[in-house]
Design a protein around this ligand. Structure first.
Ligand code: BES
Ligand code: ZN
Ligand code: ZN
Length: 475
């Protein structure tokens, strides 16, 4: 993150400035000439929401939104306007902007959208300095916004950017081993602890699912354990976050078609990126919750010794799985991590994964699918956090019907379910490896997008980081 948010009390009249106009009469006090005032008033009458004025010494934006009844949509409107302004600032190559507002949530939302839009993944360009955003500071001028609010905006935005970076890194850099190294680096900045298990330890733990998926790869698997345990933790039993870390998914022997399918599969560690970004933000903000993160990681390749359809795999919890399709690999390694999580006797477990094409086909990029065994209260709190940050959660039925197709004639389970609701049968598969309250997040539709949507850039979106931070800050 190249820029910083800061709280400010004084307006600098030579720097770009955004005024949030909630009250029309406040336009009179902005020091505009009569002619400028007349222009602004007539434009606002036409229902224009944002007016850009070039005042020669600086750029001025006046944002006066039309009414929105729904609070979720209202905040989102401000984030989206922040993103529009970010695009304009970037075209002008400006390095500072001030945001002036009266309402805390609305001022923060506009600032957040502006910051989230000011992201680029330029690491691999020779001329990356020329391409980087010039933005260095976003000053927030609002009495109701506290220092902590501003610090948290810095922290969650950095968490989202790291999460996006991880998704955008190709396999040529981000192997399972490298993913673990990146987590170690981030842990030092954020203050959580990390332990990385290599192949030997994974074998000793009998994580058959992770090892099976790794068999076709020449790179070893890793299993990374993160922990944030502050002295003042509110929860006695930990919360556990599990993220799918498939650093590349070729489908294995059940090979994916190349076009429109395999080319984006460097993003198949989006669940890991979400949980790492969340751990980073939770620890850096020193939230008073004890949280453990588990990241099983490997690529899924059709190498010489690759696991094959028909194989029977003994999993970490002793259940056996008949492999019907090696492209249903995410559930194999998540199952081992979910089973490993049992040893913590957790209060609650969340797992996140780019798990199924079915989730993408059902809801596209609009929201993530959630399902599981946690209480209604927890689901409601997650939905609330999702709405607050506009990462919408779509609760799916979790009826036993969807688990029936997982029965196998030769083993305890097979890794494919029935013909309908593929994202739900995947969740039903995972349920066999849990013995605690749990929510599964299928983020296949939201983790990686092909064209920009508002303040979400194309490619890695960093989805879920802000939602989880909001959840744990309010738990
Ligand atoms: N990583 C994919 C799911 C995916 C698809 C993520 C599209 C993002 C965009 C997953 O491992 C997979 O291949 N799932 C299969 C499962 C099937 C074989 C049961 C799928 O959904 O097609
Ligand atoms: Zn797959
Ligand atoms: Zn996958």
């Amino acid at each position: 993150m190249n820029f910083k948010y800061q709280k400010s009390t004084k307006i600098n009249s030579k720097e770009a400035i955004v005024y949030i106009i909630e009250n029309s009469s406040s336009i009179e006090n902005l020091g505009l000439t009569n002619q400028q005032l007349k222009y602004v008033k007539s434009r606002f009458k036409e229902k224009t929401e944002c007016i850009e004025l070039n005042l020669y010494t600086h750029q001025m934006f006046l944002f006066k939104p039309t009414k929105e009844k729904d609070e979720t949509l209202r905040l989102e409107k401000y984030r989206l306007e922040g993103a529009n302004i970010a695009t304009k600032l970037s075209k002008l190559g400006l390095s500072t902007v001030q945001i002036v507002g009266a309402d805390r949530d609305l001022t923060l939302a506009l600032s957040e959208g502006l910051g989230l839009k000011s992201y680029g993944f330029n690491k691999y360009f020779k001329d990356k300095k020329d391409r980087e955003s010039k933005l260095k500071s976003i000053s927030i001028i609002c009495n109701k916004v506290s220092k902590i609010d501003v610090e948290r905006l810095n922290i969650t935005t950095a968490g989202v950017f790291y999460s996006r970076d991880l998704v955008n890194e190709p396999l040529s850099f981000l192997t399972a081993t490298q993913l673990s190294k990146e987590i170690v680096t981030l842990s030092k900045e954020a203050g959580f602890s990390v332990e990385v298990f290599g192949k030997k330890k994974i074998e000793a733990l009998k994580m058959g699912g992770l090892l099976a998926v790794n068999k076709g790869s020449i790179d070893p698997p890793t299993f990374t354990v993160m922990e944030w345990k502050p002295k003042n933790a509110k929860n006695k039993k930990p919360y556990v976050l599990v993220g799918k870390g498939v650093v590349y998914d070729t489908g294995g022997l059940s090979l994916k078609p190349t076009a429109n399918s395999m080319d984006q599969m460097k993003s198949d560690m989006g669940g890991a990126a979400m949980m790492v970004g969340a751990m980073y933000s939770i620890a850096r903000a020193k939230l008073d919750v004890h949280v453990i993160g588990l990241i099983p990681a490997t690529d899924n390749r059709p190498g010489l010794n690759a696991y094959a359809p028909g194989d029977i795999v003994k999993m970490h919890n002793g259940l056996t799985v008949e492999v019907k399709n090696t492209d249903a690999e995410g559930r194999m390694l998540l199952a081992d991590a979910l089973s490993y999580a049992q040893k913590y006797k957790p209060a609650l477990v969340f797992d996140a994964a780019t798990l199924t094409g079915a989730a993408v086909r059902s809801f596209g990029t609009a929201g993530a699918c959630i399902m599981g065994t946690a209480s209604d209260n927890v689901f409601t709190a997650i939905e609330k956090s999702g709405n607050r940050v506009f990462e919408r959660m779509i609760k799916q039925p979790f009826w036993a019907d969807y688990g029936k197709g997982l029965e196998s004639d030769i083993a305890d389970l097979k890794n494919l379910g029935g013909p309908y609701g593929g994202h739900i049968s995947a969740g039903k598969f995972l349920e066999h490896f849990t013995d605690y309250p749990w929510i599964h997040f299928d983020i296949a539709g939201t983790a990686f997008i092909n064209k920009p949507e508002g303040y979400r850039p194309k490619w890695g979106t960093g989805t879920g980081v802000r939602m989880l931070f909001d959840f744990f800050a309010n738990v």
